[in-house]
Design a protein around this ligand. Structure first.
Ligand SMILES: [Zn+2]
Length: 333
């Protein structure tokens, strides 16, 4: 769910949450299974209280329902069924408080209207082949930087600025969500196109605002694909990947994902790099029309869906396993 407000779609219901709420909850369910019985499980429970990890996983999307222009109220309860459990006074107050500290305090990126919304992604040109700080589409508070900041806070270090975390509880809630987002390839890697629908490289050719595709949100798909654009196509998870299907077999598969080497604060950049490579793969075989208004028509090649589903499953599994590894690392006892 990205930056649609700025494109005059205020009246429309917002697109599916990134990974859809289902995808985020699948990630949380996997991590929950993998930390069971560890000290991390108790530390997470102490911070979250009666908020289940699967609910914490979608909090960062539900806060988009807080309206700064309406006194940080939550004007449309019921709009997103998945947010229902967060729609009670104490929870809304907690969300509003976070939004107040993460509203206009950062340097806002393209098309963006609030700091807390831009921590969910980066827009690195797929030609970079990795997460490269300073490249077009990166920011200190992009998904890689925001994850690093959340992990720092969970390690008991000071919050580095933006995003602003007032507590370890808040950092944990954002962490659970963003580990999901960074594993959605289109949340990190982006294809930039010229007016004829040909790829361009914004770092080599100079950044032209007109080539920015909002992480694939500007690629319109045929409705028979089940998604209106290429970004939301990747956010959607099929039935088989929903949280209720996280069972013993899936958990044992997730246990095979090794702990990353090196320092935990360097992990998010590595995961981001992996997603840039996968984003390049995700765009293989697509055909684009010339730009029409603000968007391009995109058509998917034969057999695309099975290919995409395999990547989605692999990424959700890695995200769940890696979230568990972060929690076990920051909460060793
Ligand atoms: Zn997100």
């Amino acid at each position: 769910m990205r930056r649609l407000l700025a494109t005059a779609l205020l009246a429309l219901p917002l697109a599916a949450h990134a990974w859809g709420s289902d995808g985020h909850q699948t990630v949380a369910a996997i991590a929950e299974g993998l930390i069971q019985g560890s000290p991390a499980e108790a530390r997470v429970a102490a911070l979250l209280g009666d908020m289940p990890l699967t609910q914490a996983a979608i909090w960062a999307d539900c806060v988009k329902g807080i309206s700064p222009s309406q006194g940080y109220a939550y004007p449309n309860p019921g709009k997103y069924p998945s947010c229902a459990q967060l729609e009670m006074p104490a929870r809304i107050a907690e969300m509003a408080d976070y939004v107040k500290r993460n509203d206009r305090q950062c340097e806002l990126g393209l098309d963006e209207d609030a700091c807390h919304k831009q921590v969910h992604y980066a827009d690195i040109a797929v030609q970079r082949g990795r997460y490269q700080p300073g490249a077009v589409g990166t920011r200190p508070d992009d998904v890689v930087g925001a994850l690093r900041a959340a992990i720092r806070v969970l390690q008991g270090k000071p919050s580095p600025g933006q995003p602003n975390f007032k507590s370890q509880r808040e950092a944990l809630i954002i962490l659970v969500h963003l580990v999901g987002d960074i594993h959605q390839p289109l949340h990190v890697g982006s294809l930039y196109l010229d007016a004829q629908g040909r790829p361009v490289d914004p770092d080599k050719q100079g950044f032209d605002r007109a080539s920015f595709t909002i992480g694939g949100n500007s690629f319109l798909l045929d409705p028979t694909t089940g998604s209106k654009n290429f970004h939301s196509y990747w956010d959607n998870v099929p039935e088989a990947l929903r949280p209720r299907h996280v069972d013993a077999a899936w958990l044992s598969e997730a246990r095979q994902i090794p702990r990353d080497a090196g320092h935990v604060l360097d992990w998010s950049a590595r995961w981001g790099s992996e997603s840039v490579v996968l984003a390049a793969t995700a765009h293989e075989g697509l055909q684009f029309s010339p730009k029409q208004g603000e968007s391009w028509q995109a058509s998917l090649p034969e057999g695309y869906e099975a290919r995409a589903e395999a990547i989605k499953r692999q990424q959700l599994t890695k995200a769940g396993a890696r979230l568990a590894w972060v929690l076990k690392t920051v909460f060793p006892n």
